[in-house]
Design a protein around this ligand. Structure first.
Ligand code: ADP
Ligand code: ASP
Ligand code: MG
Length: 416
């Protein structure tokens, strides 16, 4: 049994969907679960629908219409027979979404978000499953929400592993080809939940873990894991073999090619992960597995943009010690703030944060009651794993550096 994951970029248009078949022809497709994300930038567009809807602005209907038209064009391009049932299925998914918003009484942003944003994956998998069936690649469409059970922390949910494991072991078709959605699950009340942005890689990891899969392949628009994001750095090199440790560190520091939660379930069962180009399925790509060299012997550059550098110092010149620290971190947890880098001295504490859920202003009110607070928004956090002096020199050139930290393997720097 293998698990594949196709991300939004790989299925952004009809040619992308046709390319899935080209990949399957090269790799084979028996005993395979394919996890698919929303097409192109659909999740961003659906996030926007929710924002506009919650402002009680009827403009959300136009936004939905645009998303529906984008998908209709793809379906029109893929299916010559305009009577094919896929047309009705897509229409009815969009109708469900509109009905849901029409009837909704909740004002809970994160709850509504999950109930709506999931349609990106429901629609993409319906189109792809129908298209593969139409082309003779017979498959089952699985609703991931019947398998992946989670808590009810909408938008940032945690998986209930034991129930999920039972569901997947009992219900999946172990021999054939199945298509399911990345990113989504459901809670005990069967409301939809989401695993966090870019969470489809993680879905692939969850299915692989529960199926004791032989491998996971994630198909990307890059040749594999590179030593830097090619959108940011001009010269990059492929990391052809890396350890689970290296992969989890790179993903944690922000190498967005792999969702950071993907690695742990794979590492626990020693399931190999391949990161490959969907345009060159026979290329070398990157393999992440046991027994790889621990260090890629190459500086790896990671940048996280749109961070906040927050500094706290005590109001009465007292030390910032364990009890203040634990209070500060429980506030970070409460406001779903993600922490990237920490540095402290006797009376001050600095931390580089990501405010994914837009709760920073609420957090500030709490912190200001206890500490002197300064902060810079919109800073970048740069990390070099396996740094060299040259790598640091070239990165620091022309940068306005606010904070720096060097450990044995890792250099980190925050700049404006
Ligand atoms: P998906 O289509 O699966 O959602 P993503 O866009 O999330 O794919 O991930 C692929 C992108 O990750 C690449 O286009 C690349 O710009 C970016 N990326 C960031 N860091 C790296 C890295 N170290 N190696 C390769 N790609 C990287
Ligand atoms: N569609 C979701 C997102 O864009 C999940 C994913 O693509 O991995 O965040
Ligand atoms: Mg993605």
């Amino acid at each position: 049994m293998r698990v594949f994951k196709f991300g939004g970029a790989s299925v952004k248009d009809a040619d992308g969907v046709r390319n899935v078949i080209k990949v399957l022809d090269k790799t084979g497709f028996s005993d395979l679960v394919i996890v698919v994300s929303a097409m192109g930038k659909t999740t961003n567009a659906l996030e926007n629908v929710v924002e506009v809807y919650l402002k009680k602005d009827n403009g959300f209907k136009k936004e939905i219409q645009n998303i529906e038209e984008y998908h209709n064009q793809i379906v029109e391009d893929l299916f010559e027979n305009k009577q094919h049932p896929v047309f009705e299925k897509i229409k009815s998914l969009f109708l469900d979404m509109k009905t849901l918003l029409g009837r909704n009484k909740s004002t809970q942003h994160d709850f509504i978000y999950d109930q709506i944003v999931c349609y990106g994956e429901l629609v993409s998998t319906t189109i792809i499953s129908e298209y593969l069936n139409h082309r003779g690649y017979t498959n089952d469409w699985l609703d991931a929400r019947d398998f992946i059970k989670t808590d009810s922390v909408y938008r940032d949910t945690e998986v209930n592993w034991s129930t999920t494991q039972q569901n997947i072991a009992q219900k999946t078709n172990k021999k054939g080809l199945s298509i399911t959605q990345g990113f989504i699950g459901s809670d005990n009340n069967n409301f939809t939940t989401t695993l966090g942005r870019e969470g489809s890689d993680y879905t692939a990891g969850i299915f692989a873990y529960c199926l004791n899969a032989d491998s996971v392949s994630i198909w990307k628009d890059v040749p594999g894991v590179l030593n830097a994001d090619p959108r940011v750095f001009n010269t990059t090199q492929l990391l052809s073999h890396i350890s689970y440790e290296e992969a989890i560190e790179l993903a944690f520091y922000g190498a967005s090619v792999i969702h950071p939660k993907t690695i742990q379930p794979l590492q626990r069962k020693e399931i190999p992960l391949y990161v490959k180009s969907f345009l060159n399925p026979e290329g070398l790509g990157t393999s992440v597995k046991k027994g790889q060299p621990l260090d890629p012997h190459l500086p790896c550059y990671i940048v996280k943009k749109n961070q906040i550098l927050l500094s706290l110092s005590s109001l009465d010149f007292s030390f910032i010690v364990e009890d203040n620290m634990s209070q500060i971190f429980s506030l970070f947890h409460e406001y779903q703030i993600k922490v990237g880098l920490i540095q402290n001295s006797a009376i001050s504490f600095s931390v580089c944060l990501e405010d994914k859920f837009i709760h920073f202003d609420e957090l500030l009110v709490k912190l200001k009651a206890k500490f002197r607070v300064t902060y810079n928004t919109n800073v970048s956090l740069f990390t070099i794993r396996h740094f060299t002096d040259e790598a640091i020199m070239s990165l620091e050139k022309d940068k306005d550096i606010l904070l720096k930290q060097i450990t044995r393997e890792t250099y980190q720097m925050v700049s404006r």
